[in-house]
Design a protein around this ligand. Sequence first.
Ligand SMILES: Cc1ncc(COP(=O)(O)O)c(C=O)c1O
Length: 282
Amino acid sequence: MSERKLPEGLHIDTLAVRAAVDKSQYGENSEALFLTSSFTQPDSETAARRFSGLEDGYIYSRFTNPTNASMEMRLAALEGAEACISTSSGMSAVLLLCMGLLKAGDHVVCSQSVFGSTLKLIGSEFGKFGVHSTFVPQTDVAAWKAAVRPNTKLLFAETPTNPLTEVCDIRALADIAHNAGALLAVDNCFCTPALQRPISLGADIVVHSGTKYLDGQGRVVAGWVMVVFTSPRLAVIDTSWVESISFQAASRPPLTIKLTTAPPAVCWRMASSCCGWLGRPG
Ligand SMILES: Cc1ncc(COP(=O)(O)O)c(C=O)c1O
């Protein structure tokens, strides 16, 4: 099943409902759920092409599955990303993003106010593998700039932060990252794309945890990593990067069934929780 073809320029509320995989051959009105670990192949030649990546097609649900793919397409459309991978949790998304990008000797600049597990993952766990990190005050743009080194590969920000709700200047951090040949990743789970789209402000990667506002109903643990490929400065990120992190994603959510309804709801839920005192982006 391929991505549903939609006209350009749709409003975010429409994308939240319509962006998805095509309907199945049965033309179901509601979204079909694919509760299967794997997919039969029409013949061995097709299977060989699909397994070697020469042809698109569903193989095995750890790689992808139409139910997860619908959620990925919908979130990517809302965030303005070109690719999205679902993971078992928000921390799994941060882990996969770091595993996919970093190697021993690389350096990360990260806000000192990010969610505690992210702080521990980047500062301690990746330190064990020779990845260096510097933690800076969230709102101090000069400190972010001063922390950059020749081996800096990634700037990681969460805005607003959990639990202090500190914000940062995404566009300024994107400029610092790109001038240094590095990438900016933003954890957008507190705002959701209904209120903030980091990619439109220059971020290269967005991560989400589903347990906050995205689901908003306490139903499921899940996460996502989203990327943009288009800029030449992003030679480091190509489709093989997405493939490689998707291979590591032993980590798919238990099919994001309950979440298929979350993006359609997120826009009005965020708008109503802001009670009119925060403006919504058009
Ligand atoms: C801002 C932020 N990012 C990431 C996470 C991790 O997400 P998860 O609990 O889905 O692994 C959390 C969890 O509270 C969070 O608050």
